[in-house]
Design a protein around this ligand. Sequence first.
Ligand code: SF4
Length: 338
Amino acid sequence: MMGQIKEQGQLFYRFRMEDHVPAGHLLRQVDGFLDFSSLRAELAPLYSHTGRPSVDPELMIRMLLIGYLFGIHSYLEDLEAAVANPPPGPRHKPPKYISETDPQAAWSLKDGPGRFSYEVNYLADDKHAIIVDVAATPARLSQEIVAAKEMLDRHVSGFAPSSIAADKSYGTGPFLSWLLERNITPYIPVLDRKAQTDCKMTRDAFTYDPERDVFICPQGHDLPLRSVNAETRVKRYKAKASQCRDCPLRSHCTDAPYRTVIRLMDEEARQIVRDLAKTDAYQAARARPKKVEMLFAHLKRWLKLTRLRLRGLSGANEEFLLAATAQNLKRLVKLSTA
Ligand code: SF4
């Protein structure tokens, strides 16, 4: 059954915790922001109505927070060792680059020698760097956008940001379109892959006619739409071989029988964001995320969260959520005393 400490009082003979925490200590300041009033009611269905009283859940969460606030994680290792109970049965040789102990983790070379990792993704207010949502993902670049969508979707009903700033890895056409469809202004650099032109004329030499959905080449010929790949979201426009065959610009245009120009299905969204990048609002928003980026540096430097103790995506989520809570509490203390 759920245990409850009514009064902490004196834990040991000649030792009172109260006497050993100075008046202005961070823990006392953090305590002012903690509200556990609904905790017991929310957790009640998870406890039996009978049996020995458990550790008070409020005490457990306070202990966890202290661990994250001061980068003390050893008790988690003890806990992990205590609960480690590998299932019996034959062990199969794991495929290459899949962790034997945590198959949901991804092999990453991001921070030096390769290792299996998870990535923490934050949705944070860029003015005060308060974290409003957290998502753990396997450490793969492609998962960053998945996590961003997941967090933004979670907040559409109760908390929908009107704009979002992020680095260039988020600047893909499909994600920019996704944001614009939800009326979220993307202050994100557009991800432009370097064109492979083989020293030929680039697409800039061709004029796009949006009404007819064709490109017009420098010789005035139309390149109509020939194919659309829904998976890669690429549209291909092709000139006629009969027009290219005797064209005086052919050696500068193509080595193929006809010239092909591609356009991404999300080109409109990309152009909207390129235009947005010329505004003062964009420049101001791009300058602010530095505060948010510091949150990731602090995870390692202050919270010493360089290694996860819990396994699986859910374990990573739990640890990142607690770390974010500790970071927010520190931030609130700082803001309240500024
Ligand atoms: S080679 Fe074809 S596409 Fe290129 S400029 Fe000439 S006619 Fe136009």
